[in-house]
Design a protein around this ligand. Structure first.
Ligand SMILES: CC(C)(COP(=O)(O)OP(=O)(O)OC[C@H]1O[C@@H](n2cnc3c(N)ncnc32)[C@H](O)[C@@H]1OP(=O)(O)O)[C@@H](O)C(=O)NCCC(=O)NCCS
Length: 156
């Protein structure tokens, strides 16, 4: 498997990735309220222009097995998201994808990267804390106060 930027040519594979996600994944990872081809096209277009960072964990066959991104890196609040298909989880790929995103954040000298995570997503919270994200408050994903706002500030 390979971690690499996704481009518009990956649109069908990214659609297939999102269409294949089981409820065990989507209960934690749902970057858009409504997922359409147009939404993904804009996301990838913004990746190509540099507004977003859009990475994929891609199999030898070209299937997207995981997706990590940072939205609006040109703003004062870049937002990070990450999700893997169930069968790709628990093998270190999430950490590698996260490290690739944070390496890009540091290469672009982003002062801070933000994310939200459901409080009961123990695995994700543990990963985020291990790469220096800190809790800075609570927010709503589905219900009031069900999620944490986390921030990772650039060292130095
Ligand atoms: C959260 C997610 C991205 C982590 O990726 P992963 O490939 O499964 O995790 P990794 O194997 O890279 O493990 C990374 C870290 O997660 C934590 N972790 C893994 N399994 C864990 C478990 N069962 N319980 C607690 N923490 C766990 C550990 O801190 C681990 O660190 P280590 O490298 O020192 O072992 C992935 O599981 C996923 O996509 N989950 C569903 C979608 C989701 O929750 N996305 C995040 C939304 S905010």
């Amino acid at each position: 498997m390979l971690i690499r930027p996704l481009t518009l040519t990956d649109l069908p594979a990214l659609q297939e990735f999102y269409n294949s996600l089981t409820e065990a994944v989507t209960c934690f990872f749902q970057p858009w309220p409504e997922l359409t081809e147009e939404v993904l096209r804009e996301h990838l277009t913004d990746g190509e222009s540099g507004k977003n960072v859009v990475l994929g964990l891609v199999s030898a066959e070209g299937a997207v097995e995981g997706h990590g991104f940072m939205w609006n890196v040109d703003s004062d609040k870049p937002v990070l998201g990450i999700g893997l298909r169930e069968h790709a989880q628990g093998q270190g790929w999430g950490r590698q994808l996260m490290e690739a995103l944070l390496a890009e954040a540091d290469a672009q000298s982003l002062p801070a990267v933000h994310l939200t995570v459901l409080k009961d997503n123990v695995r994700a919270v543990s990963l985020y804390e291990s790469v220096d994200f800190e809790c800075e408050g609570e927010t709503k994903f589905r219900e009031e106060g069900d999620s944490l706002c986390m921030v990772r500030r650039r060292a130095g």
